[in-house]
Ligand binder design. Structure first.
Ligand code: A2P
Length: 272
């Protein structure tokens, strides 16, 4: 016999009402400008660490309001993580910053992007260069065992205005050696070089300036970058990307792509 009892409100709530809906599982506010959140992962979604997807909310006009967001979680994670700026008058982030666990967002399950290991030729050392929320794709790559299988050494360089803005990346990097899944693989291979530009900290200055002066290499005890051994991935503002690309070219590295792997790859940090 058919069950004619009314559907309980709890289960009714869990039924997605948006197209491509995913449910928010946790939200963390790092500063008044930055937050991260995790959502359920569509079963069918396969992606390569470093790629991005379109996510968003339903707009007032009834059309989805979507923006590109790098997936910050690794490919093996059963949930998806994102790291976002809060733009006070930004059409999406002014609303997205108020999401809570249980809310739904729209997620188009079509991952793309150039910050993937396959777009680089094999090498010895992988440099990850980010400003601000540009660390998001690297939060994925730093948690992917494949990164450490391909490189002897991974160097995460992150520049933010102040110390609080480094916290998301710092907590992630500092927690990795104790991670039960990949701790052993990461140990001794991941080096972290955070700098601030507007607050006093142990390491100061823009990544670009510290590369040009050679301070980075002196601090890390490494030789200058070379196309034989070093590979780079870049994610920040347009100007930051341009400036880093010019520096990498002076070391003899060339920009690669999925279709033509070379020595470095670039993507703009999207929102903000
Ligand atoms: P600065 O404080 O000197 O502008 P934002 O919060 O504006 O997105 O910037 C994030 C970090 O990136 C800041 O520390 C900022 O330094 C730095 N930055 C901005 N533009 C560049 C650039 N072209 N090259 C290197 N670092 C940059």
């Amino acid at each position: 016999m058919n069950d004619t009892r009314p559907v309980k409100s709890d289960s009714a709530k869990a039924v997605p009402t948006l197209p491509d809906a995913q449910t928010v599982t946790s939200v963390r506010h790092w500063t008044d400008r930055l937050f991260s959140f995790r959502v359920t992962r569509p079963r069918s979604l396969r992606f390569r660490s470093g790629e991005f997807v379109m996510i968003g909310l339903m707009g007032d006009t009834g059309k989805p309001l979507l923006r590109a967001y790098s997936i910050a979680s690794p490919a093996w994670d059963e949930e998806l993580e994102f790291y976002s700026i809060k733009v006070p008058d930004g059409p999406l982030t002014s609303r997205l910053q108020h999401i809570r666990p249980g809310d739904q967002i729209i997620l188009r399950p079509k991952p793309v992007g150039t910050l993937v290991l396959d777009a680089l030729l094999p090498g010895k050392r992988l440099w990850l260069f980010a400003t601000g929320t540009g660390i998001a794709p690297f939060a994925s790559l730093m948690r992917d065992p494949d990164t450490y299988e391909r490189y002897d050494e991974v160097i995460m360089m992150h520049t933010c205005r102040d110390l609080a803005e480094l916290d998301y990346g710092r907590e992630l990097v500092e927690g990795l050696p104790d991670d039960p899944l990949i701790g052993e693989i990461v140990a001794g291979k991941l080096r972290y070089y955070p700098t601030t530009t507007r607050e006093q900290s142990p390491f100061m200055g823009r990544i670009t300036d510290n590369l040009r002066t050679g301070k980075v290499f002196a601090d890390l005890g490494l030789p200058p970058m070379s196309p034989e051994t070093d590979r780079g991935m870049v994610c920040g503002s347009l100007q930051f990307n341009k400036d880093i690309m010019a520096i990498l070219e002076t070391f003899g590295l060339r920009e690669g792509a999925n279709s033509e792997p070379r020595e470095y790859v670039v993507e703009k940090a999207f929102v903000g």
